[in-house]
Write a protein that binds this ligand. Structure first.
Ligand code: PLP
Length: 369
């Protein structure tokens, strides 16, 4: 019997997100024992140890519902960022905050400004609300914030900027960002997604946004995540820092228990684990240099990256390379959905994982050892 109930038009028209392939699915499908995943920009060092100790301690609390507004984590984040707890919203990954922003602010036909090869979730979540998404071309694989500001009109509700950007790995400077904030109408909310901030913050010119810029601009919200440098992607915790009124709206529409209690308590401890973040960044910096050199030697064009992944233009189309590497037990990310069929995104792994990647690439590209 046919299913006759139609979802909303915007849902029918929206294109679904294609997550990176999982290790388990590749093992199942290809009958491989050993598979490594360099496709979702996870931390090869694993989860922050202090966070995991708190997670285990929280085990016995799992029979109870968590406090919905994540009060302890919110307070810890407020102290960490020197803002009021009312300025912090905690979500089931920063993904949830992106979704809440779209649900809270977008009416059908409202405008949203994104960058051509910007993080795709912005476009997807906006279009699911029936918003009109304006895609602004990049300059040198970097968001052109001047052009994005020009594209913003009184009909614009949200301007999304991932800084650094996924998948291009590039970033915009403090000056560029301040230019955008000065130029967009105050009725447009600038959503600045800093998922990779810990990897980028030592790079000269990378902006300092929290608390300063957030205090100065009520139409700026900054998103962060525990999924990358803290190694907690599986826990699903991200957050936003912005105007208390904005936070109030998001708080009103989030699911009542959006973040589990073990996740909340683990992230309170993660914030104290500066040593782990430092080590994660140091390992990443060193290994990224190794990966960039090796890929360059194998004929890839590799962009500058301020993140834990590289954006590479391969000697074969991205999807073909992805499929060939899959057969070798290495998962990377093809970028067709970003309109980038010639590129791949490869997360920086541990030294051992990167060696496996290079060996697999040599097989696939038939490069002499
Ligand atoms: C730019 C950017 N924003 C947000 C996310 C989602 O992060 P989370 O795991 O916090 O939902 C990612 C994940 O890859 C990302 O690259």
């Amino acid at each position: 019997m046919a299913f006759l109930i139609q979802p909303r038009r915007a849902i029918r028209d929206a294109f679904p997100y294609q997550p990176g392939k999982s290790i388990a699915s590749v093992q199942r499908e290809l009958g491989l024992k050993t598979v490594i995943k360099l496709a979702s920009n996870e931390n090869p060092l694993g989860p922050a140890p202090r966070a995991m100790a708190a997670y285990r301690r929280a085990e016995k609390l799992n029979a109870l519902y968590p406090e919905g507004a994540s009060p302890e984590l919110r307070a810890a984040l407020a102290r960490f960022h020197k803002v009021a707890p009312e300025s912090v919203i905690v979500g089931n990954g920063s993904d949830e905050i992106i979704r809440l922003l779209c649900e809270a602010f977008l009416e059908v036909d409202d405008e949203v400004v994104v960058s051509q090869h910007g993080f795709i979730r912005f476009k997807q979540q906006s279009s699911m609300m029936g918003a009109r998404v304006i895609e602004v071309p990049m300059t040198d694989w970097t968001h052109d914030l001047e052009l994005m500001a020009k594209a913003a009109s009184p009909r614009t509700k949200l301007v999304f900027v991932a800084n650094p950007n996924n998948p291009t790995g590039t970033f915009n400077t403090q000056e560029e960002l301040e230019g955008l904030l000065a130029a967009v109408p105050k009725t447009a909310l600038v959503v600045l997604d800093e998922a990779y901030v810990q990897y980028a913050q030592a790079v000269p010119g990378y902006p300092r946004t929290v608390p300063g810029l957030v205090r100065e601009h009520e139409n700026l919200v900054v998103l962060r995540t525990f999924s990358k440098a803290y190694g907690l992607a599986g826990l699903r915790v991200g957050y936003g820092v912005g105007d208390p009124e904005l936070v109030g709206w998001l708080d009103r529409i989030r699911m009542p228990f959006n973040v589990s209690l073990p996740a909340q308590l683990a992230c309170v401890e993660a914030l104290k684990d500066a040593a782990f973040v430092k080590r994660s960044v140091a390992v990443n910096d060193a290994q990224r240099a190794v990966v960039v050199r090796a890929l360059g030697d194998m004929g890839f064009g590799v962009g500058e990256s301020a993140t834990n992944f590289v954006f590479a233009h391969g000697p074969m189309p991205g999807r073909e390379l992805f499929k060939a590497l899959l057969r070798q037990g290495v998962i990377v990310r093809p970028l067709d959905e970003y309109g980038l069929p010639a590129h791949v995104r490869i997360s920086i792994g541990s030294p051992a994982q990167n060696k496996t990647l290079f060996a697999a690439l040599k097989q696939v590209l038939a490069v002499p050892a």
